[in-house]
Design a protein around this ligand. Structure first.
Ligand code: GDP
Ligand code: MG
Length: 453
């Protein structure tokens, strides 16, 4: 439903993560992509503009450097989209609840009632539904059928035209249930008649909740509609239906956010189980498919020995990056946890990891152990100037034999060393002595890439 927004976000965040420096060109590019997809998803242009401004301001803030800026940018985008999407709220239930569903014709009230009845009866509540839509022909039949599907009791009256009387007739029975969902009539718009009818029902039933049902395809109009219902009869929150069939979902969601109406659920299909509780935070993480970036950054930071990093940076400056440094890096990675745990947290790899067989990951871990053993059985000269192996290849065989590893493993290790050295040179140039834990992330990524081949 918000796939396009999700993709734009994903691409943007990947661009940020991979960028060596965050310059104006990159920022413009990311903002343009985001803007296009947000506006396509019907998000209010003003809101999109505000978001762009915030991203631009932070991105071009020269006070914030390196990894910190990337981190803050990703977090900003994540948080802002979350705010845009509005507040998800759990429907707080008491022992006895009567919940009134309101909305215009065809908004999805009756369907949603059966979904809610199904949802809560599955969770152990004693649920009934009450039909008070005396406007639409066959409304009662529809409710009855849907209640049967949900396996809950329905109270309906196909003859009576006064909703208050229907309620009065069933009042005693209804009191036996934990949870009663009340279906009401709609109109084409919120006119005087509808507003009066709802007010009378409210006065009589004294519902614990009044929930407005709006279909996602009304887009930004959801704002006016929520405001009108709020003003006329008061609402606790909303449920957005038909999220599955529209590209305008962003409009409805952000419109609700603007009115501060919490969203309890979203309807994602016609079937009885197609109801989801709405949680913007996990929603964003899900559309981003980004893995737990923050957790990774935290881990990297806590495992990265700053002194050690400083030492490496200094050695690099002097052109003295050795296999000992590789050894230390491997140690640091060990501290982060198992290979698959690390990789799982790297954005963009998270999902791919499940495609790597577990045995592959274990093989990779073993390999790292072998690298360490190999380095341990090298001479100081070899460790300090690994280039010596290129000239005297017989050394490779000696080290392999001495450490219980193979010559191809040693060659691989030497390749990794060169790669790391090159990578660190890059980092050096970019962050001028700044400690950059991103290196470990990059390393994990490279190893990951290797494995996937
Ligand atoms: P009411 O007039 O407010 O009671 O609306 P209904 O419950 O009768 O729903 C109107 C139409 O919307 C019906 O055809 C439903 O099947 C459809 N509908 C309701 N919710 C959803 C949803 O989440 N997804 C889809 N695709 N259709 C829905
Ligand atoms: Mg209905």
């Amino acid at each position: 439903m918000l796939d396009k927004v999700g993709n734009a976000l994903k691409t943007g965040i990947r661009k940020i993560s991979n960028a060596i420096t965050i310059d104006k060109k990159l920022v413009d590019e990311i903002i343009k992509d985001l803007q296009r997809s947000l506006i396509e998803a019907d998000v209010n242009v003003e809101l999109v503009f505000e978001l762009s401004q915030k991203i631009r301001k932070l991105a071009l803030d020269e006070e914030i450097k390196g990894i910190e800026k990337k981190e803050q940018l990703v977090k900003l985008i994540h948080d802002q989209i979350e705010i845009l999407l509005g507040e998800g709220k759990e429907l707080k239930l008491n022992k006895k609840d009567k919940i009134l569903l309101l909305g215009l014709y065809g908004s999805g009230k009756t369907t949603t009632i059966s979904k809610l009845a199904f949802y809560y009866s599955k969770r152990g509540k004693k649920v009934a539904v009450l039909g008070l839509d005396t406007q639409r022909p066959a409304a009662m039949d529809q409710l009855e059928q849907m209640a049967t599907k949900a396996k809950v009791k329905s109270f309906i009256d196909k003859e009576e035209k006064d909703p208050l009387k229907i309620y009065q007739n069933y009042k005693k029975e209804l009191d036996k249930y934990d949870l009663v969902f009340v279906d009401t009539a709609g109109r084409d718009g919120l006119n005087k008649e509808l507003s009066k009818e709802i007010k009378n029902i409210v006065k009589k039933i004294k519902p614990s909740h009044k929930i407005l049902i709006m279909p996602a395809d009304i887009g930004q109009t959801a704002k006016t509609q929520a405001e009108e219902f709020q003003k006329a009869v008061g609402i606790d929150g909303v449920i957005i239906t038909r999220m599955d069939g529209t590209s305008k979902a962003g409009g409805a969601l952000t419109a609700c956010a603007e009115t501060k109406a919490p969203i309890y659920f979203i309807g994602v299909g016609e079937q009885i189980h197609e109801l989801e509780s709405f949680n913007p935070s996990s929603f964003v993480s899900r559309i981003l498919g980004m893995g737990d970036l923050n957790a990774l950054l935290e881990k990297v930071q806590s495992a990265t020995d700053e002194k050690q990093q400083e030492r490496i940076q200094n050695r690099l400056k002097e052109g003295k990056f050795t296999l000992m440094d590789v050894y230390n890096q491997l140690e640091q990675m060990n501290k982060l946890g198992s290979m698959d745990k690390i990789l799982r947290m790297v954005p963009g790899i998270g999902g791919a990891i499940d495609k790597i067989p577990k045995s592959e990951l274990e093989k990779q871990e073993r390999k790292m152990q072998h690298y360490k053993h190999a380095i341990s059985s090298m001479t100081t000269e070899e460790i300090e100037t690994p280039e010596i192996f290129d000239k005297e290849t017989s050394r490779i065989k000696r080290v392999a034999n001495g450490s219980g590893t193979t010559t191809s493993e040693i060659r691989e290790l030497l390749k990794q060393y060169k790669m790391l050295k090159e990578m660190m040179g890059m980092q050096q140039g970019m962050s001028e002595g700044n400690i950059d834990p991103k290196m470990i992330q990059k390393m994990a990524k490279k190893f990951g890439g290797k494995m996937r081949r």
